[in-house]
Design a binder for this molecule. Sequence first.
Ligand code: MF3
Ligand code: CO
Ligand code: CO
Length: 275
Amino acid sequence: MINYRDKYEEMCEHYRKLGVSKNDLPKLEMIKTPEQIEGIREAGRINALVLDEVAKNIKAGMTTDDINTIVDKKTRELGGIPAPLNYEGFPKSVCTSINDAVCHGIPDNTVLKDGDIINVDCTTIVNGYYGDASRMFIIGKTDETAEKLVKVTKESVDMCLELIKPYSRLRDIGFYIEKYCKQNGFTVVHEVGGHGVGVDFHEDPFVYHYGKRGTGMVLFPGMVFTIEPMVNEGSRYIFLDASNNWTIYTDDAGRSAQWEYTLLMTEEGLEILSY
Ligand code: MF3
Ligand code: CO
Ligand code: CO
């Protein structure tokens, strides 16, 4: 198995000589060891199976609490722990964000209805390692704009799998995502982003979903991080629900979509560890 840390010093030296500042080079801890990668791969595999279980069962008439039950049960059945539960006081095992909820929706007795779009964001701990992914679900039939919003958001992430290579710059990710979403008439949330993941829930670096191409950290093989853009049909601006201090909504009540993958940078490019 490849130990990506073997080439770390040499590559740092190479990029320093090219004038890349120290701040734009990853810390050694960001390069996962072979053991860590195997652990995160397994957590990601189980994380995706939990989302598959949601996909199989989600439908109009069920509550977001029902989704929470599915996620909690399936995760434990597969030998995992739902990371959101009690994370910084979060009260449930999954985030469920409907329509104008951007992220961090808390499962409750809200009933899913025809035409809703919902993001289900699962994070799974297996043997101490983390997999983090989210998908959109369309309940019954929705309108064309929402359908397009869900589709374009996913395409913006898939596009990164094609365009982002080892030693690409971090801000290229955001550049491609925001450009593509804007071209399609949508806006991208700036305040919440992706993150390093695997040994902990949220690690450095912060993964921007906007920015200037050719800037930011050099993405070394062995880095594991999420890409998880939140894309709005209207304004990109958001507010925090003061009643729970978790859920984020769009300012203008327009709908928002999000897809999240956990990704490993290899010598060949990005490999999906969870989706
Ligand atoms: N899963 C979210 C993410 O992608 C984080 C949720 S934190 C929680 O980073 F506490 F709300 F679960
Ligand atoms: Co995440
Ligand atoms: Co997540």
